[in-house]
Design a protein around this ligand. Sequence first.
Ligand code: 3PG
Length: 307
Amino acid sequence: MKKILVATEKPFAKAAIDQIAPVVKEAGYELALLEKYTDKAQLLDAVKDAHALIVRSDKVTREVVEAASELKIVVRAGAGYDNLDLEACTEKGIVAMNTPGQNSNAVAELVLGMMVFMARNGYNGTAGTELRGKKIGIHAYGNVGHYVAEIAKGFGMEIYAFDPFVAKEKIEAAGIKPLDTVEELYSTCDYVSLHIPANDKTKQSINYDLLNKMPKGGALVNTARKEVIHEEELLKLMADRPDFTYISDIAPDCKADFEANFEGRFFFTPKKMGAQTAEANINAGVAAAKQIIGFFESGDETFRVNK
Ligand code: 3PG
């Protein structure tokens, strides 16, 4: 019997496992769970006899891939797959997939939730500001960007987007103003919401010059990856621009500098939690299980990312 291992340092909601388990069982596979592991050795041991692996942000390194001698497929239950060593997977003939769109609404709701929290001064009772009429820039109009725009519309915000990989017509059709350059997005918008992946081209690309284009009172919202921020330059900008706010679902490595110097001008969730809803866990977890079954049963490679 083929074994599907769910290895999640940050576990799915119980409701998600309750839905993944029957999907796996009814298809005739065995489900194994490794949750809240604290040591890489536990993962290396658990993958030994797994034929398929479902992970979240868990690091599937070359070492993990090499320890998993039976592994045929790994699915990242989520969007960003920068945690998978794709080269190692490809070399070992392992198919790697993600589950695009399945957790996007959860992330988008957190974006607007954090914006309201900061606009109202952390709910401390002092007079804050409103989102209505403010300009929001969607930096990369993918699945999360789409939902952020939908929700921002409800708040009465003016919505702009920059995404060189998406046709302008598609952005316009959603009632959003497409912009030609990333510089234009930052110089136009009061809020910029980041939805770019972390890769060689984007790492540290959000730098001083770009952020300094934002109008007075500007705020950057990061629910993407901390690696896309040039942290040293962000700290310099925070020091030079007392009007600027940084809101992030992924605390930067330089969190201590923020705490020491910029009180009231930043917000970081205690632990990355954009996709932490029962709905997102169910959607992404069940999709991952079904993609694995589809791959084994009929060779379906939709959503493969290491083509
Ligand atoms: C993603 O890429 O799907 C999100 O960043 C969510 O990641 P998580 O599953 O580790 O919460």
